[in-house]
Write a protein that binds this ligand. Sequence first.
Ligand SMILES: Cc1ncc(COP(=O)(O)O)c(C=O)c1O
Length: 395
Amino acid sequence: MSEPHPARMGHIAGFSTSPSAPPIYQTTAFDIPDLDVLAEIYAGSTVGHIYTRDSNPNHSALAESIAMLERAEAGAVFSSGMGAIAAVAMTLAGCGDHVIVGRSLYGVTLKLMSRLQQQFAVDVTYVDACVPNSVAAAVRDNTKFCLIETVSNPLLEVADVAAIATALGSVPLVVDSTFTTPELVRPLEQGAAIVVHSASKYLNGHGDVMLGVAAGSAAHMKAVRATSSVLGQNANPFECWLTQRGLRTLPLRVRQVCETTAGLAEYLSTHPQVSKVYHPSLIAHGTHATAARLYASGANGEIRTGGIVSFVLNGGGKAAVTKFMQLLATIPFSPTLADSRTTISHPATTSHGFMTKQERTALGIVDEMIRLSVGLESFEQLRDELDAVLTQLDQ
Ligand SMILES: Cc1ncc(COP(=O)(O)O)c(C=O)c1O
């Protein structure tokens, strides 16, 4: 017998009991018995995996869970939310095509669209996604998709997915449901063709993963996976595993953050140091009526749109924001959202920092705007911390 070589050690044989938690298939490739089996896997007649850039059991398990939650035929996973959006966009549209995009989406999504326009000659029309007629008016013969967010980042504008899908006719509607999750809305049931999420946010929910997911028809998902394979946007198996674990508590987490966030929005809207609050539960919010119609899913009919509320300090520019950040005792400035702990971010310098000040101001993203991502702490704890800081800003 030859000497054992470390390069061949550590493989675990199958055994008669199975693990209670799913295993992590942290592998680059899979051992394939012969060329016949390889051909069967390629043809889809035998279930198997070949190379993790294309597929992996942890990808498949999570994709299936997302498809079940979104009531889709199939799902797909990607290296990040942007990976998902880029793969969908580059599958549906190419050089010379036209796309319609909500004008107040997550900043990096807008950046991607501008790149598609500049580098790949995709014509982009920006619309107010809260006005289905403006979407209908933008449709052309060569329009390949329309992209909107269910509830936009960071202005919390609520889109009426069903009305937009109707306005688009046969043009596929792609919906980013990162803020809302399948707990609050299922866009495919309202006529969308594809739903995408940054799973780095609520689906995982613990601030320790970069991942994206999509769901839709089997044909769309097959095509989108093929794009992501050539672009190398494959998800990491461990991050799929973590997200699968995060999903188990999604209903509980979403219920709690919705409740706390609506309470904090109400509190902030009465504070003299705050000039404006963006949350759809407030009557003053531009899309309150749409939210009341589509998101009144709380136990007593409260509007539930996730754990984000944005607010504007009463003047003082970035210096006031810096002071606010420094005074906070436990809430960190962390440019993400949907962590299990509460965090704040500053859209004007992070997600929308690539825009000119005029472009941002036209959208309402001013220097004094703070985006609060509400975590699992109690309402009272968060209100008291915010109250203490806002009171000190006054001095
Ligand atoms: C609404 C929305 N979509 C997409 C993304 C991009 O996701 P990721 O950061 O996982 O690439 C984000 C990130 O913040 C987001 O807020």
